[in-house]
Design a protein around this ligand. Structure first.
Ligand code: C5P
Length: 232
């Protein structure tokens, strides 16, 4: 899998996302479409962005009974997205069903990655609310292993965990990592951040970058800076 920068298009609607994408003329970044934009605009927004030549990571984090996830994944596969995801906590059976649903008749399918524990879940909340009493990093690695066993391609994780995930699940198990900031940029609400260059050094396969690009005075220059630091 090649290294790439994925731009998190966390916009409220079609106008905002196209105003942003219109700035890119000579390059077509890989974009992430999340729940907000997808639920606001529907599947047509995916088709339109795809038709403009962008690769798409559809970040909908599916979690339901295996049969429902299988059928939903089959619909997403027909939308021709390049990457999508689900919650590893849905069990190995759910992840296997997802792969079945995603796989097209010709055997191809989008890259499928798993969310392990959300970064918003603390050790304390995991123990009190979910009754999971193991250390959080052990839970994350266990879920990553389950994703590997189910045949998924990788996980979303912190760039700081990418090395450990590769050690446990193999060099070709994909790590998709948000929490990236330029050395001279604002951290915002992210807590544990790394630069694109550091993420490359640790071994991330894809970095997901939102505001350092979307809120930059010159988004195209910021995107190209990320690519230069991470991919070149
Ligand atoms: O603007 P920023 O670079 O912080 O955007 C990061 C993107 O990655 C957002 O779409 C955010 O929801 C997503 N994300 C994250 N941390 C996670 C999982 C996803 O920041 N643990």
């Amino acid at each position: 899998m090649g290294k790439d920068v994925i731009v998190a298009c966390d916009f409220a609607g079609k106008k905002e996302v196209f105003d942003f994408l219109d700035k890119f003329t000579d390059v077509k970044p890989f974009v992430k479409i999340g729940m907000e934009l997808f639920y606001a605009e529907g599947p047509e927004i995916v088709r339109e962005i795809k038709a403009r030549g962008h690769k798409i990571f559809l970040d909908l984090k599916l979690h339901d009974i295996p049969n429902t996830v299988k059928k939903a994944m089959s619909v997403l596969s027909r939308l021709d997205v390049d990457m999508t995801n689900l919650h590893a906590s849905g069990t190995v059976a759910m992840m296997e069903a997802a792969i079945e649903g995603l796989t097209r008749e010709d055997g191809t399918r989008p890259i499928l990655i798993a969310v392990t524990q959300l970064t918003s879940t603390s050790q304390e909340r995991m123990e009190a609310d979910l009754l999971i009493e193991k250390p959080l990093d052990e839970v994350v690695m266990h879920y990553a292993s389950n994703a590997k066993v189910a045949g998924l391609d990788g996980v979303v994780c912190s760039p700081l965990e990418a090395g450990k995930v590769h050690e446990k699940c193999g060099a070709d198990f994909v790590t998709v990592t948000p929490g990236v900031r330029f050395a001279d940029g604002d951290i915002g609400d992210q807590v544990r951040v790394t630069t694109p260059a550091k993420a490359k050094e640790i071994g991330s396969d894809y970095i997901v970058v939102g505001r350092p690009i979307t809120a930059a005075a010159d988004p195209v220059a910021a995107y190209k800076r990320c690519v230069a630091e991470f991919c070149d």
